[in-house]
Design a protein. Sequence first.
Lengths: 256, 256
Amino acid sequence: MKLRWVAGYGPAFVLAVALLAFWELYVRSGQVNPAVLPSPTAIIQALIDNWDVISVHTLQTLLETVLGMAAATLLGLLLAVLLDISSWTRRAIYPLLVTSQTIPMIALAPLLLIWFGFDLGPKVIVVTLYCFFPIAVACADGLASADPELMKLLRSMRASRWQALWLVRLPGAMPAFFSGLRIAATYSVTGAIFGEYVGAYQGLGIYMQTSANSHAIILVFAAILVTAVLSLLLFGLVSLIERIALPWYHAAVARV
Amino acid sequence: MNPPKLLVQGVTKVYHDGRRSLETLLPIDLALATGEFVSIIGPSGCGKSTLFNIIAGVEKASSGTIAIDGNASEVRAGKAGYMPQQPLLLPWRTVEENVMLGLDIRHTPRKKAQQEAHELLKRFGLADFSQNYPGTLSGGMRQRVALLRTVLFNHDFLLLDEPFGALDALTRLSSQMWLLDLWQEFHSSVLFITHDVREAILLSDRIYVLSARPGRILRIVEVELPRPRQPEQLAWEQSVQLEQQLVTLLLKEQGS
């Protein structure tokens, strides 16, 4: 188990360390002004030194992300079920769903600010808009992939549409749903930061902006580091929930 | 006198695909008395499964009537325990929960359903696996679990579509004896599809031989072997002769 883990993540770890070492050496060799491109060790030092401020902004961003993800999950599941109800609803909803993803967020975010103010609301909406699409599409695909023979069996047992959905199609769509959720988790933190960038009282996005405006580039990097770690943690959390929620799936995958 | 368990009269099926129409079943007459074990054999693609789907109420006949217990209602779903060729177990449900599926659909209280499933699994030698996921079972075991699910839903009247078709010879033989045990326990009426002549002889009271498509009944054979059946009986003179007759008939029908 341990060996397999090393084999799985080892190469990525080695490559990351090599890149960071190269970066560190490049900055230390004096080829570049450390105020413009700080070294990795300096960034971590700055992060530790400013943690009391950064942590407050991190919590704010985390709150927006989690709320947005929760809303996106509900919306995504709801849309997936609506898409699945009949070919009529699919034809009606699917084009709108795709079109919604063509709206540039950079144009929409300031409008959200005007409509809903500087508080939590608009950021949660941005995260939701970023995240619901992969969840809805993955889950709808999962629902549509139910075995027609299985549906026939259920009809022979006089199962209602809702029973078929609840007992068979939704549980069967869960692996696909979690794939969508993992994609959404990687987007979500970036979404929250984007929402804050446009205007906020608190959060990593506004922190990055004010730091950049005052040419404190090292603090921008510190905030980027926190963003990356936050995204990876969320990704890991979703994977963990999936393992706990779908023990049968991982038992089956491990055997293949 | 009681009406027969199943009476099929003049049932036909024509599939329409644009301007072309495909005759799948010519008028079929078939009767199954209560407690009888009747097999249908025929070359592949002869419409056996179509006939089954019609009897199970998941497809409509183009003409003809079907009466179950003397009731010729159009709504037949739920009146038979229907088992398609694949086991179609739900991978996220344990063996016990899979066996309970039909009772869940009928809204049987959970406690009662669990108890019934448990007793059935114990009686038919699967109690040790009741908490396993289907992914961990062998092909033969999965097929038995699917059969118990069918039996728990409706043990009066079973429609079994090549349940042992994909099993190796030895597993198939033990599964056949296991099925006979189950049939005697519940005094079920069984309609059984197979393409295996020996299987039909070993299990059945009567065999209907279907022609190549469009399917019609070529011959009806009574199997006079005494009950309870044993595998040795297949080596008896009368069984060997019957097997030869049927194989010759089917080979001619297959057209090769």
